[in-house]
Design a protein around this ligand. Structure first.
Ligand code: ZN
Ligand code: FE
Length: 252
């Protein structure tokens, strides 16, 4: 059985620690020190990386050196020694693990899906956040929208492990976009309580995101109407609604 725990790093990053009784893997080590500490003397078997930003890659060099372990991720990252290919399936912990190419936040961004029995675990870096999404730095809004759509199409009970603890701020924005969405109001109250207790708001699930994440709800008339008040023009398609929401959130 797979155990998945967040290792907090920097202000609001999560490095995900995947472990079984015999193996340890980590996702997006922006910093090596908290990983070494979390391993408590155990060996690190490998590193997974979602995209090239320093807060997800800064610790890779030191960890690779210390543990001589494989680094699986996009080939744009110098420390990666097992480059991934879209749709490729490999085994982690003896479980089928697939690669999704999801450009937008960066052009090299990938997601990993580990299938454990009937349950899938999604590691999506800075593309899909709980109740939000990453900024569109390198790709186009069309790319980001399509990447988010491919993640949203995963089974509803897929668990989501993203790269940052941004959920509360994202839900404040979601509540502004959809003031009448009860699921958003309820989730905001739950997340506020968790954060006051110092607990992570993750993992999320696809089902929860479909109900509360405005960036996955650009097809709704109410969300579109809000986008029209925030820069989208009257014949805006779904991508243009998404782009207007993203710009609004950038300045929120
Ligand atoms: Zn990033
Ligand atoms: Fe990040």
């Amino acid at each position: 059985m797979l155990t998945i725990k967040p290792i907090p790093a920097f202000n609001d990053n999560y490095i995900w620690h995947l472990s079984s009784t015999t193996e340890n893997w980590i996702v997006d080590p922006g910093d090596a020190a908290p990983v070494v500490e979390a391993l408590e003397g155990q060996h690190l078997d490998g590193i997974l990386v979602t995209h090239h930003h320093w807060d997800h890659t800064g610790g890779i060099g030191a960890l690779r050196e210390a543990y001589q372990c494989p680094v699986i991720g996009p080939d744009s990252i110098p420390d990666v020694n097992q480059a991934v290919v879209d749709g490729k399936v490999f085994e982690l912990f003896g479980l089928p693990t697939s690669v999704l190419v999801i450009p937008g936040h960066t052009l090299d961004h990938i997601a990993l899906v580990i299938q454990e029995g009937t349950r899938a675990h999604l590691f999506c870096g800075d593309t899909l956040f709980a109740a939000g999404c990453g900024r569109v730095f390198e790709g186009t809004s069309a790319q980001m929208h399509s990447s988010l759509a491919s993640l949203a199409a995963l089974p509803a009970d897929t668990l989501i492990y993203c790269g940052h603890e941004y959920t509360e701020a994202n839900l404040n924005f979601a509540a502004t976009v959809e003031p009448n969405n009860l699921a958003v109001t309820q989730r905001l109250a739950e997340v506020q309580k968790l954060r006051q207790q110092g607990k992570p708001s993750l993992p999320s699930s696809i089902a929860q995101e479909l109900e509360t994440n405005p960036f996955l709800r650009c097809n709704l008339a109410s969300v579109r109407a809000q986008a029209l008040h925030h820069g989208a023009d009257k014949d805006a398609d779904e991508v243009a609604v998404f782009a207007a929401l993203r710009r609004w959130k950038d300045n929120f």
